[in-house]
Design a protein around this ligand. Structure first.
Ligand SMILES: Cc1cc2nc3c(=O)[nH]c(=O)nc-3n(C[C@H](O)[C@H](O)[C@H](O)COP(=O)(O)OP(=O)(O)OC[C@H]3O[C@@H](n4cnc5c(N)ncnc54)[C@H](O)[C@@H]3O)c2cc1C
Length: 697
């Protein structure tokens, strides 16, 4: 008999953002001004657990919903009771507040242990932990993998289906370039749900029962977790700020003649955008010991700190002070008098102590964990090496790449040409296929042997799975999906040359800059398509270091049943790409309308035009997987991208960030893609495409 522990979270409703939800002064979204709802993917996880229970035919299995949050999070537990949960538990305590993913996963894992010991006591090894792939407020996808690491369980992430056969479940999950069916070699296991489109509805009877049923409340003392709240966290937020305005034009066009004209003009003039989503260029960091003046602190992490230090440096100059040792009590008095509104005694002392620091807070190389498949390095790895090169230059250290697999050494040459100095190769037959637990053991072992100061992973499904497990295993903080990585100082708090990690949060409605704390290394996953690859230099030299890790069959947690990857030829280097989404409605429509438009564009622009598709269109069988564009498909950068019947999900848009001009056709006037494109037309593809073809002719 299997039991199911479903993790549910209460989150702000980011789909209903009103203007008054923004702070008028800072422009940032105030979370408390939004309504609270159950995280949609957790609601799907609940329905998924219910489906598993039904499919297994074992109706004695219990579904336990567990949530961590303030007392009002009871609402999501009542929601769970009214759908399918048998027992609900709320982990609630002020001491748990302000936690990052490390200090969220840790208490949740301890609560799971308590559930297992006290409720499943007769069958402690036969359960699944099921949860949404990520929550809309954090968007990190780190917590489930870190729970799996704490509990030493296999984790199957990005699951879209489960089939019960021969007394066990086989799960279909999203992977880069396709999908895969896997089974856990043994239970318990953690499952994260990426999509399950069969919601559960509450009946009147069940709702009445849910309202009368007890929500068990546990405090931090009940679970004895080791890392909780702000103190137990390994990252801290330095600042929150509004996302910059898109550089796309977002212009609505009302007729196909005008659209055809604009399309041709954009193609001819290269009327493109400055690569939206790309990291903003900031001045390259210089170590304090290499700056012209000891008092130059222009690389502080926040504008306020930079300004404070500038004021202080100017004052010291006025006083003729050139050494920290010359700052005596009289000088301090004068400085305080002159800058009453700016800082007081304690702040001044901290800043002066900051001047005494010149050595970086972390030591070691800057590492990238390479992702690869079938002997081919993932393009995102090359982008990260480009970034690592820049960071390592500033820090006056080297770039290392850790690569785990079987027969992977031949890839070292290409990694060195891309900017790496040392390649740490971990070869083992057991690492032939990507297995989260085996790979995390291999990579974590290499990290804790060499201790690089920074470790970067690609924010692909694989990287977003591996990084949280590794970071938890080696006791380091991790920031997900970064779009900006910079070296900066926080001199006042005693940190020199630390990695500032900037990422979108709350569904892209705010940006946050984060730093690592209580860790030996700083870790981040970075969005593909954001960092820049440097041109390969085949004359570069580097060393290959073979790192041996003891692995056994027990380290492999998943049985891979089937892998489906895109095959065939596609020319994504074409200048124009026309993609169809689920809105194409049928394979016939896709075939007819996309072909028609591709032919017309090819003739009019005298160029090659290739077909693309969203993941949903591929899943509907409209076209082969090799045509998929996006995070788990291919990232492209054509002159013109036409998105037909595509909603504009982040996983799709990441793949087209480098496109010069994006044109969208969608029947929904509120389609999210309209805020991320240059020109759009509201209408059905069936109406618009033939008209556009005519206008082009
Ligand atoms: C880990 C992970 C990785 C992923 N990787 C990718 C990826 O690489 N690439 C990718 O594309 N997605 C990816 N996805 C899926 C992604 O989240 C979205 O589900 C997907 O992009 C949606 O595809 P869509 O826009 O075609 O479908 P939908 O979101 O269903 O949108 C269809 C759109 O068509 C419009 N429409 C409907 N009828 C018509 C009509 N007659 N005429 C015009 N418009 C119409 C609708 O208004 C709607 O906007 C990934 C998801 C996960 C969890």
């Amino acid at each position: 008999m299997s039991n199911y522990i479903v993790l549910v979270k209460q989150v702000p409703d980011v789909s209903q953002i009103t203007d008054n939800a923004f702070d008028p002064e800072t422009g940032t979204l105030v979370r408390t001004r939004l309504a609270s709802v159950i995280n949609e993917l957790d609601a799907q996880a609940l329905a998924f657990a219910n489906k598993m229970k039904q499919d297994s035919g074992d109706m004695d299995g219990k579904i336990i919903a567990l949530s961590m949050g303030p007392p009002m999070a009871q609402e999501v537990l009542r929601y769970s009771l009214s759908r399918c949960a048998d027992i609900v538990i709320l982990l609630t305590d002020r001491a748990l507040g302000g936690a990052d993913t490390w200090a969220t996963a840790n208490p949740l894992a301890y609560a799971i242990r308590k559930i297992v010991n006290e409720i499943f006591k007769n069958d402690v090894n036969n359960y699944y932990v099921i949860t949404g792939m990520q929550s809309v407020d954090g968007d990190t996808a780190q917590v489930p993998a870190q729970i799996a690491e704490e509990l030493n369980l296999p984790c199957i992430a990005y699951v879209t289906d489960a089939k019960f056969n021969k007394n066990r479940f086989a799960f279909t999950r999203i992977i880069s370039g396709g999908s895969q069916t896997v089974a856990a070699k043994k239970l318990p296991a953690v499952i994260t749900v990426a999509k399950y489109e069969y919601p559960l509805f509450a009946t009147f009877r069940r709702t009445r029962w849910a309202n009368k049923t007890e929500v068990f409340q546990w405090s931090s003392k009940d679970i004895n977790a080791t890392h909780i709240g702000v103190v137990g966290s390994k990252t801290s937020v330095i600042r929150v700020f509004p996302p910059g305005k898109t550089t796309r034009k977002c212009q609505q066009i009302n007729n196909t003649e005008s659209l055809a004209k604009l399309l041709v003009e954009s193609f001819k003039s290269g009327n493109g955008q400055a690569l939206p989503g790309r990291e903003a260029q900031t001045p390259r960091y210089v170590l304090p010991s290499k700056r012209a003046s000891l008092f130059d602190r222009s690389f502080e992490g926040t504008k306020k700190e930079q300004e404070d230090y500038e004021i202080l440096a100017n004052k010291l100059k006025e006083l003729g002070i050139t050494e920290v040792s010359q700052i005596d009590e009289a000088a301090k008095e004068k400085i305080l008098e002159a800058s009453v509104d700016r800082f007081h005694t304690k702040a001044l002392e901290d800043m002066i102590n900051g001047f005494k620091l010149t050595k970086p807070a972390f030591k070691g190389e800057v590492w990238v964990v390479a992702e690869h498949s079938e002997g081919v390095v993932h393009p995102a790895t090359f982008e990260l090496i480009g970034k690592a090169h820049e960071l390592a230059d500033s820090l006056e250290t080297k770039v290392g790449v850790a690569i785990a697999g079987y027969n992977v050494e031949p890839m070292a040459k290409e990694l060195i040409a891309a900017g790496a100095d040392s390649i740490y190769v971990i070869e083992d037959k057991l690492l032939k296929e990507f297995d989260p637990t085996a790979h995390r053991k291999a990579i974590a072992d290499a990290i804790s042997t060499y201790w690089p100061q920074i470790v970067l992973y690609a924010a692909t499904p694989q990287g977003r799975m591996l990084a949280p497990m590794v970071s938890y295993r080696v006791g380091c903080g991790l920031t997900a999906d970064c779009t900006g990585l910079d070296i900066r100082d926080n001199s006042r708090n005693g940190y020199i040359a630390i990695l500032l990690q900037t990422r979108p949060a709350l569904g892209g409605n705010v940006m946050a800059t984060i730093r690592t704390k209580n860790s030996k290394s700083q870790m981040a996953t970075a969005r593909p398509g954001v960092m820049k690859r440097i041109p390969p230099d085949p004359s570069r030299t580097g060393k290959v270091i073979k790192h041996k890790v003891e692995l056994s069959e027990d380290d492999v947690s998943l049985e891979i049943i089937k892998t489906e990857l895109g095959t065939g030829q596609v020319n994504f280097g074409a200048d124009v790409i026309v993609s169809g989404g689920k809105g194409m409605q049928s394979r016939d429509n896709y075939e007819r309308l996309i072909s028609m438009l591709c032919d017309a564009l090819s003739k009019k622009l005298d160029t090659q035009v290739e077909r693309g598709a969203s993941r949903a269109a591929v899943e509907q069988g409209f076209i082969e997987r090799v045509h998929q564009v996006g995070q788990t498909g291919t990232s492209i950068g054509p002159k013109l991208y036409l998105a037909l019947g595509i909603s504009g999900a982040i996983q799709h848009m990441i793949g087209v960030a480098n496109t010069e001009t994006i044109i969208a056709i969608n029947s929904d006037p509120n389609a999210p893609i309209f805020k991320q494109c240059d020109y759009y037309i509201v209408g059905t593809v069936e109406d618009i495409v033939p008209q556009l073809v005519k206008a082009l002719e």
